[in-house]
Design a protein around this ligand. Structure first.
Ligand SMILES: Nc1nc2c(ncn2[C@@H]2O[C@H](COP(=O)(O)OP(=O)(O)O)[C@@H](O)[C@H]2O)c(=O)[nH]1
Ligand SMILES: [Mg+2]
Length: 323
C-alpha cells in the first residue's frame, strides 16, 4: 500500500467521525404538538426569543406548520409549530390543519407534547393515542402552571397524564412567566443528533417575509373579532415590495370573508375596526421588516374558500408550501 492510499484512508476515516459522534455540533427538529389553545405557539416564540408564530386566546389560531430556527455556536434547534390537533370539523380547512399537525410527527428528533395544567380533554387523549404508536422520544410540557398557586393541586392531574401518555419526561412550565424554558432546551438537546447545521445560521424560519406578513394581519383578525368571523376569514397578500425611492415597504392585503355580513363586521362602524387592525398590524410589520411600512387593507367576499380544496391551495393552504 502506498503512502498516498494510506493517507486517503485516514482522511476518509477522519471525516466520517467528524460527521457523527465526534462532531460537537448538534442540529435537529423538535415538533411542538398538542390540542388547540394549550400555548404551543407562545412556547415556540419564547424559545426563539422572537415572535414568529401568531397567537390568540382563540383555538385554531395557527393554521400552518412553521419552523422556528434557533442557532448558536454549539447547536441548531428547529422547532416545528403546528396547528392544534382537533376532533370534528368537516370542512377542508379543518382537514388541512389536522393533516398539517399529523405530518409534523414524521422525521423529527423529539416531540414536545404540550398540555394545559389541570385541563385534560378528549382531544388530548387523541394526541396521546397517536404518540403511543410512534417511536420518537416524547417530552410532555405541562404549560400554564401560573394558573395554580398551590402546585400540590396539580398532583391528580400529573398522575392522569402519567397514566395516559407514553413519555420520557414531563416538564412543568409557564410560557407567560418564562419559567421552565431552560429545562426544555436542555431536554431537547439530549435527543438532537450530532451533525452540522441544517439551515444557514442567519435563517430564523423556513417561511418568507410575505407569509409572515399575512400571518400578522390574520392574528389581528383573530384577536379583534368576535367568535365566528375569524374562522371564516383569511388573508391574501396582493402586493409586497420595497419602494427604494420612498424607502418604505408597500403592502396591500386582502381580508377574505365568506359572507356579506362578515364583511361589514370586519370593517366595523365607520371603518373603525379595520383601521385599528391596520394600526396594530403595521406596528408588528415594522418590527418584522425593520423599516417603514405603508399598509393597505381591503375586505373581499370569497364564498366557501374554507371548504374548497382548490381555493385553499391558491391561498397558500398547501401541504407542499413554497412560501
Ligand atoms: N396563563 C397562561 N396562558 C398562556 C400561557 N401560554 C400561552 N397562554 C395563552 O393561551 C392562549 C393560546 O396560546 P397559543 O400559543 O395561541 O396556543 P396554541 O393554539 O397551542 O398555539 C393565548 O391566549 C396565550 O396567551 C401560560 O404560560 N400561561
Ligand atoms: Mg398556535
Amino acid at each position: 500500500m502506498s503512502d498516498n492510499e494510506l493517507s486517503l484512508e485516514k482522511i476518509l476515516a477522519g471525516s466520517d467521525a467528524d460527521n457523527n459522534q465526534n462532531n460537537a455540533y448538534q442540529a435537529g427538529f423538535a415538533a411542538v404538538i398538542g390540542r388547540p389553545n394549550v400555548g404551543k405557539s407562545t412556547i415556540m416564540n419564547e424559545m426563539l426569543g422572537q415572535k414568529l408564530s401568531i397567537t390568540s386566546h382563540k383555538p385554531q389560531t395557527t393554521r400552518h406548520r412553521i419552523h422556528g430556527i434557533y442557532t448558536t455556536a454549539e447547536h441548531q434547534i428547529i422547532y416545528v409549530d403546528t396547528p392544534g390537533m382537533h376532533l370534528g370539523g368537516e370542512k377542508s380547512i379543518n382537514d388541512y390543519m389536522n393533516r398539517t399537525a399529523n405530518s409534523a410527527f414524521a422525521d423529527v428528533d423529539v416531540i414536545l407534547f404540550v398540555v394545559e395544567a389541570g385541563k385534560w380533554t378528549k382531544e388530548d387523549d387523541a394526541v396521546a393515542k397517536k404518540l403511543a404508536c410512534i417511536d420518537v422520544p416524547v417530552v410532555v410540557l405541562m404549560n400554564k402552571i401560573d394558573n395554580y398557586k398551590n402546585k400540590e393541586d396539580l398532583f391528580p392531574f400529573l398522575q392522569k397524564v402519567g397514566e395516559r401518555v407514553k413519555m420520557d419526561t414531563l416538564i412543568p412550565i409557564s410560557a407567560y412567566k418564562k419559567s421552565g424554558l431552560d429545562l426544555i432546551k436542555k431536554e431537547v438537546l439530549k435527543y438532537l443528533p450530532h451533525q452540522d447545521k441544517i439551515f444557514p445560521e442567519e435563517y430564523v424560519t423556513d417561511r418568507s417575509q410575505r407569509f409572515l406578513a399575512a400571518e400578522i394581519i390574520r392574528e389581528k383578525l383573530m384577536r379583534t373579532l368576535g367568535e365566528e368571523v375569524p374562522y371564516g376569514s383569511t388573508v391574501e397578500i396582493e402586493q409586497f415590495k420595497y419602494d427604494e425611492e420612498e424607502e418604505r415597504w408597500l403592502i396591500n392585503a386582502l381580508i377574505l370573508v365568506e359572507r356579506k355580513g362578515q364583511k361589514q363586521i370586519v370593517i366595523g362602524k365607520k371603518g373603525e375596526l379595520i383601521k385599528q387592525m391596520g394600526i396594530q398590524a403595521r406596528k408588528d410589520l415594522i418590527t418584522l421588516l425593520d423599516g417603514r411600512v405603508h399598509l393597505e387593507l381591503w375586505v373581499k367576499i370569497k364564498e366557501n374558500w374554507s371548504d374548497n380544496a382548490r381555493a385553499l391551495a391558491s391561498l397558500g393552504y398547501d401541504d407542499n408550501y413554497s412560501s
